[in-house]
Design a protein around this ligand. Sequence first.
Ligand SMILES: Cc1ncc(COP(=O)(O)O)c(C=O)c1O
Length: 391
Amino acid sequence: MPWRNEIQQQHENRKSDALWRTLSTVQSPPERKIRIGGETLLNFCSNNYLSLANHPALIAAATDAVKQFGTSPSASHLIVGHTALHDQLENAIAEFVGAEKVILFSTGYMANLAVPGTMLARHDLMVQDRLNHASIIDGGKLTAAKVRRYPHCDTAAAEKLLANSDHRRKILVTDGVFSMDGDVAPIATLKEICQRHRSMLLVDDAHGFGVVGTRGQGALEMAGGKAAGNVLLLGTLSKACGSFGAFIAGDGIYVDQLTQHARSYIYTTALPCSVVAASLKGIELIQTQAWRREKLNENIQFFREQAKRTGIAVTASATAIQPILLGEAQLALDVSASLRAKGFNVVAIRPPTVPVAMARLRITLMTDHTEKDIRQLLQCLADSLNTLPIR
Ligand SMILES: Cc1ncc(COP(=O)(O)O)c(C=O)c1O
């Protein structure tokens, strides 16, 4: 079959399997109300957990930085892309999470490509949770090391993989807060296991950084740990922090190794200064405005209580990511469309982003959501679930 026809066939299969992906073109900031296709909708699917992505202080910081440094750093970090602002941000994050050193990456995706490729070689082992984010999976594909996956949060299986290996160097990688399920990895146990088996632990806390832990340091803080010794922390700045980019924090020796060898750090342009300045302000507000986390936690609590009262099954997630598991992809699309018709933006998440038959609505809560928003969403969701035929 000619290549073009083959692709055409794949597209048709995707459509008939309810897996065709479409873009929503957004005409506003990612706030509680969002404009899409000329409609204003209540938004329940941005990762703007602390409602900082359109905060005047972040906008002012970004604007000032553009005036001072221009629109592009126009070089990679190791040439002339690394400005005083990049330095300041690395130091601010290191101080906040209590790590010796921090390295910035342009995205979390790129940070996840960096670690396995830089730290592991042919006779080494990478062990990871089956439900880790796609960028961690892809990082594993870039290493010559052996990659093994364990069932979701199964610490006994993880330990077995590490214990039964005679690989020279080992690293265990886990999401901190799982991106599609919202549950928190059993980090304290994983840390002990890693210590027992002389393995490093990399926690990708894209969805926990800024949000969970009393001070917002993330899932490591919840587990009483730090990015030190055999533990590395990866965080993104595009979610709770309201900006863009990512970082890895840990002991200087490992961070220096990334600076020397990580291809997704070396061979790409540094983050724009506007973004770096917004991140700096975001980090400051994460630390000084604890009320944002408290309000978000109240919203999470309210959502869960209200869902149960409305007869909607929620999972065990205690974070801002509240999945409603629906199973078949078409059902998830239908419920999402029905909510959209009622004024809510909740995108359907389907395979391969989640396992087959585990399609869902991934509802995300933000600081700025009101109880009324949440009550209305759940009422409309209950109505949709009651009226749509379960296939
Ligand atoms: C757990 C996790 N890690 C990494 C990433 C990638 O981060 P970024 O969007 O900065 O590339 C995401 C999603 O964005 C994520 O959910």
